[in-house]
Design a protein around this ligand. Structure first.
Ligand code: TRP
Length: 434
């Protein structure tokens, strides 16, 4: 019944390449057509400033990436597609989260630790060249996600830690100020292709071995010509294993075409011929999009208009939500002190999870814990007496640790994770304290 909200960010710091397309854009656009999911895709341009301090490059890349997504078939009707820096609520939320985030948590972030390790290796001071922006990056990313209460965040494996940190920040904020944030989860796509680049290593702009997604046909042909192959002559059988050329072909061909190419390798197809087939296969898919891309690049105002529609939709959610968060942390008009503190207290009460006790046809006594929106979070097994059920509830209300102790009395509930239950119990406990 409830729709799942997916959200992901793309940092505009380069030109999209075939690897980005096959690994991320194409599956994301396909996923956005699934009913009962809501999608938020955005250009993480505040993030770009962490790695790239060339203004023209950030600007150009934002246009190229937005135009690429639109040309590749992203439908702004189905996807809320926006630019991070158009949502001023995000940096404000970043500050709220900064103030509930342990510095020690950020010390453990991989990106920061990697920078420190590099300095250590080369005998420099630990924080040499490390900006506070790099250090704070996980907080900005958490704000991106929590601003829209996303459930699932499609990211690469290297980003899992950031999603876990976002959960931690959400839980800390919820614990202090009431249940405002959904705890997000990473959505890892294991079977999407990571393409190999021209030199046979992973296709990546940091290796400078990419094929730009929408380069002109002549350049595409030239780059395909430059893909490394071994020195086997025409007629000699060839290996598909580890062949960048074969792998690229597979990413764009039908399964039948791929099977045919596999046979052609075994039968000794000439590299030149395989490259021609690869070119034709990529161009079949990309060619029609390229025309649209070129049109958008020639009319940046069309891209801007699409992003503004997205920004409006996103802000329609972010602005009122941020007002609630401001009130929750104590930033509200002085004239409204009395009334609004009562209101927020009432609202917080109304938004609390609740325990329900009942008797089943089997004559036994049960309880369940419902989230504020009525979703089932916990379900007990049957107790012989109402008192026993009541005592279990009392224990759960006092200490979340009771969750483990009472596990044998609880029945499994699908689609609810322990952290959410723990957060609900903490919210009840802190409401009882206040
Ligand atoms: N940091 C992500 C990356 O480098 C991009 C990003 C920024 C992001 N904010 C996000 C991804 C929020 C998912 C959700 O790939």
């Amino acid at each position: 019944m409830t729709t799942t909200r997916f959200l992901t960010g793309i940092t505009p710091s380069g030109t999209p390449h075939l690897g980005n397309y096959a690994g991320m854009m194409r599956p994301a656009i396909a996923a956005s057509r699934t009913p009962s999911v809501e999608n938020f895709y955005f250009l993480a341009d505040y993030h770009a400033l962490i790695k790239c301090q060339e203004p023209e490059r950030v600007h150009r890349s934002t246009l190229e990436i937005a135009a690429s997504w639109l040309a590749a078939g992203l439908d702004p009707e189905r996807v809320t597609f926006y630019r991070q820096s158009d949502i001023p609520e995000i940096p404000e939320l970043t500050w709220f989260l900064t103030c509930v985030t342990g510095k020690g948590l950020l010390n453990r972030a991989h990106a920061y630790k990697a920078a420190q390790d590099k300095n250590a290796e080369s005998g420099r001071e630990a924080d040499d060249g490390v900006t506070a922006g790099l250090f704070m990056y996980p907080v900005l990313m958490a704000a991106d996600i929590l601003m829209f209460n996303a459930h699932r965040v499609p990211v690469g494996r290297d980003q899992i830690q950031h999603i876990e940190m976002a959960r931690d920040m959400a839980a800390s904020f919820n614990h202090l100020y009431g249940e405002h944030f959904t705890l997000p989860e990473a959505a890892i796509e294991d079977d999407v292709a990571t393409l190999l680049g021209l030199d046979g290593r992973k296709m990546s702009k940091s290796y400078d071995n990419t094929i730009p997604l929408f380069c002109p046909p002549a350049q595409l042909k030239k780059l395909i010509g430059a893909i490394v192959t071994d020195s086997r002559a025409p007629g000699e059988p060839k290996e598909v294993e580890g062949s960048a050329l074969f792998q690229l072909y597979q990413a764009f061909a039908t399964p039948e075409e791929t099977a045919a190419m596999r046979r052609a390798y075994a039968e000794g197809i000439a590299w030149g011929e395989a490259k021609q087939l690869l070119y034709a296969c990529i161009d079949r898919e990309i060619g029609p999009m390229r025309a649209r891309y070129e049109e958008l690049m020639a009319h940046p105002e069309q891209v801007e208009a699409a992003l503004q529609i997205g920004a409006q939709r996103a802000r329609a959610l972010a602005a009122p939500f941020l007002q609630r968060l401001r009130a929750a942390v104590g930033l509200r008009p002085l004239s409204a002190t009395q009334a609004s503190s009562q209101d927020t207290h009432k609202a917080a009460k109304a938004a609390l999870p609740s325990f329900k006790q009942y008797r089943e046809a089997d004559g036994r006594f049960y309880f369940k814990l419902l989230a504020a929106d009525g979703r089932l979070l916990l379900q007990s097994t049957g107790f012989a007496a109402p008192r026993e059920a009541g005592q279990a509830i009392a224990r759960l209300q006092k200490e979340t640790g009771a969750l483990q102790a009472l596990a044998p009395q609880l029945a499994p509930v699908a689609d609810v994770d322990d952290e959410e239950v723990a957060a609900a119990l903490r919210a009840l406990a802190s409401a009882a304290d206040s």
